[in-house]
Unconditional design. Structure first.
Length: 304
């Protein structure tokens, strides 16, 4: 996690970030969501609502109250189907007639290895999945969404969740929970996939962005540096895991307790999921081997 910043806007207030773009903070602060979910309103007449947020009557009213004379909500776009981003999409669509757009349902974009883990009974950890979420239209990678005076490019960025997308608006990118300024993104199998996450980080890094608007926290004004930090953060953790496996084999739980020595006991299950995500990635790169069927309890060895 990064050092605390001064991002603490009032909830339910539409704040203009630049002409044609406003942000409303949802009333759902938590250790997982920071100050709450950022909902974005893009456009001057036809409005795209990006990440309507959690199921909250007050937040729904705040979004509707932000619609000014001569404006209408024409698109409801969801970056991914976690409970702090997508549940309000359907009530907002019902009130406005705008279609709900997303990459797909909760399982869309899931890699084969994660699909097999889920089939074998591994349940997601950390953030809750909006299992009922279904978009009206699915957005493939590279799709263009247009309204009066604006256009968004869909960039499939799986990793935090298989159906996660970022949205390019010129040299500005709405990054959902893939890149945030206040913390690193949660990657928890089988919903999160570290191999996909790193690939998406490098894909975003190949573009020249001026600013990232994330699902939580303040605008990221040095996007390239933030992506470099995220990539290096994961590579450092990978090196720690490989070093620990040189001493002796271990399960994700064993390794988490050996590596996260200063982490409170209540946070160790999340650390275990993080280590497991790395082990699956290392397995795919043939740097470790699993001593049995892949699961959170299987023992891993360093490959020589």
């Amino acid at each position: 996690m990064q050092a605390p910043d001064d991002f603490n806007p009032p909830t339910g207030v539409a704040i203009e970030l630049v002409p044609g773009l406003r942000r409303i903070l949802a009333p759902n602060p938590s250790p997982m969501t920071y100050r709450g979910t950022n909902t974005y309103l893009l456009g001057a007449t036809e409005l795209a609502v990006i990440d309507p947020g959690p199921l909250s009557e007050s937040h729904l009213n705040a979004i509707l109250d932000a619609v000014q004379p001569g404006q209408r909500i024409s698109h409801v776009i969801v970056t991914h189907s976690h409970l702090d981003h997508s549940p309000l999409a359907r009530p907002l669509a019902d009130r406005t007639g705008a279609p709900v757009l997303a990459f797909g349902g909760p399982d869309a974009g899931r890699s084969m290895v994660m699909a097999e883990l889920a089939q074998n009974g591994l349940a997601g950890g950390g953030e809750g999945i909006d299992t009922a979420f279904r978009p009206d239209s699915e957005l493939p990678d590279g799709a263009l969404i247009s309204g009066a005076g604006w256009q968004l490019e869909v960039i499939h960025t799986p990793g935090h969740l298989g159906n996660h997308i970022a949205l390019g608006w010129g040299d500005v990118c709405f990054t959902g929970d893939h890149v945030m300024g206040w913390a690193s993104s949660l990657v928890s199998p089988p919903d999160g996939d570290l191999t996909d996450f790193m690939t998406a980080c490098h894909r975003l890094r190949s573009r020249d962005w001026s600013v990232f608007h994330a699902g939580h926290g303040a605008p990221i004004t040095e996007p390239g540096a933030r992506l470099d930090w995220l990539i290096n953060h994961r590579l450092t953790r990978e090196a720690q895991i490989l070093s620990a496996l040189e001493d002796q084999p271990g399960t994700a739980k064993d390794l988490a307790r050996r590596i996260y020595v200063e982490t409170p006991a209540a946070l160790l299950p999340a650390a275990e999921r993080n280590v497991f995500a790395h082990l699956i990635d290392l397995l795919g790169k043939h740097q470790v081997s699993a001593q049995g069927q892949l699961s959170v309890n299987v023992e891993f060895k360093r490959q020589t």
